[in-house]
Design a protein around this ligand. Structure first.
Ligand code: SF4
Ligand code: SF4
Ligand code: SF4
Length: 351
């Protein structure tokens, strides 16, 4: 994706409308940040997802989140998107007859939406009080409600529209996936709940290096053949919740899969989403349907945070804050992908 200057400036002006009152910040010019040494994350394989939404329910349970009623009967938890009550959602893409799984034409496919734990996160860059932080070791992007001043710059800055504000609360917080970092030994969930309950291994937890190797293994499999797909987590000794490089096993050793699921290899698109986008994310995604159709934006390899902070370093940068620049970049990026979104828009709806 390329941002033309006119689109960027238009977006930047639009972004600035909500952020003119903030204090200028000086930072050094820089390139993308790099993956932390023991980065942890998720691999979501759209082709393995059966849309059961066990991950949505487990996420709510693990995070103590209430149901969301969007239908008149108020009986079922029916979130339409991630929100202040929902950190994780499964959306469905549908086209034409919608009969064939993982087909772009006359088919359907699922996509998980939650925080991607960006390697160089815009939300962290935009936050003026460091309430959004990226752990230097495991790379989890966390939120500190005690530090948060409610400015919502992180909401404006996130390219994936992830952080949500609790507008309906007297003392609102930002809500987003924190990779279940709060779980302790003895809890019902020992590692990210969405991965722990997923019956097919569509959502898998582990060190990003192992998840990437597993994604590459899948892309090299022969379509139509039968293969084994790990479930739950990979690359970690039983009982470990946090990354420990000394216990990592190679996912290429099939025998190391503690639990697995056998399925036919689909016609994967040869792309690992999150490997390069904005300098990489710790949540990686595979699919057989183009990512843009599944609601994932096409993004450049240079992180918006590095662009924003570099502009801040320039002379005129003293007049604008990261939130203004990031808001502009996000709006311009969304405008850039609109034609594809529109095409997919009629087909993509919440399940
Ligand atoms: S639990 Fe797994 S298979 Fe079920 S909806 Fe979630 S990702 Fe898909
Ligand atoms: S997806 Fe959004 S909220 Fe999550 S780390 Fe990236 S910028 Fe922050
Ligand atoms: S890692 Fe935890 S908080 Fe994040 S989507 Fe999965 S269950 Fe929800």
């Amino acid at each position: 994706m390329s941002l033309d200057r006119r689109q960027f400036l238009k977006g930047m002006l639009a972004g600035s409308a909500s952020a003119v009152a903030c204090t200028p910040t000086r930072v050094e010019a820089r390139g993308n940040l790099t993956m932390p040494p023991k980065a942890m994350g998720l691999l979501f394989d759209s082709t393995l997802c059966i849309g059961c939404k066990a991950c949505v329910a487990a996420c709510k349970e693990a995070n103590g989140l209430p149901p969301e009623f969007t239908k008149p009967d108020d009986v079922w938890d029916t979130p339409l998107d991630i929100s202040g009550k929902t950190k994780n959602i499964i959306k469905v893409y549908r086209h034409g007859s919608g009969l064939t799984k993982d087909a772009e034409v006359d088919g359907y496919a699922f996509m998980k939406h939650s925080c991607l734990h960006c390697v160089d996160p815009s939300c962290v860059s935009a936050c003026p009080v460091s309430a959004m932080r990226k752990d230097p070791v495991d790379g989890i992007v966390s939120y500190d409600e005690k530090a948060c001043i409610g400015c919502r710059y992180c909401v404006v800055a996130c390219p994936f529209s992830v952080p949500k504000f609790e507008y309906d609360k007297a003392l609102p917080k930002i809500v987003k996936c924190e990779l279940c970092r709060h779980l302790k030994p003895g809890d019902a969930f020992q590692y990210p709940a969405c991965a722990q309950v997923c019956p097919t291994g569509a959502t898998l937890y582990g060190p990003v290096a192992d998840l990437k190797a597993e994604a590459q293994r899948r892309l090299a499999l022969k379509p139509g053949s039968e293969a084994e797909f790990p479930r739950g987590r990979i690359g970690m000794a039983p009982g470990d919740k946090t990354a420990d490089a000394t216990t990592w096993a190679s996912p290429s050793q099939k025998a190391s899969f503690a639990d697995s699921h056998v399925a036919r290899v689909p016609h994967y698109l040869q792309r690992i989403y999150g490997d390069k986008e904005l300098g990489g994310t710790q949540v990686l995604k595979l699919s057989a349907v183009p990512m843009a159709k599944l609601g994932m934006p096409e993004l450049p390899e240079r992180s918006f945070a590095s662009v924003s902070e570099t502009m801040q370093h320039s002379l005129y940068g003293y007049l604008i804050t990261p939130a203004i620049v990031l808001g502009g970049l996000i709006i311009a990026a969304r405008r850039n992908v609109r034609p594809e979104e529109d095409e997919a828009g009629q087909a993509q709806e919440n399940e």
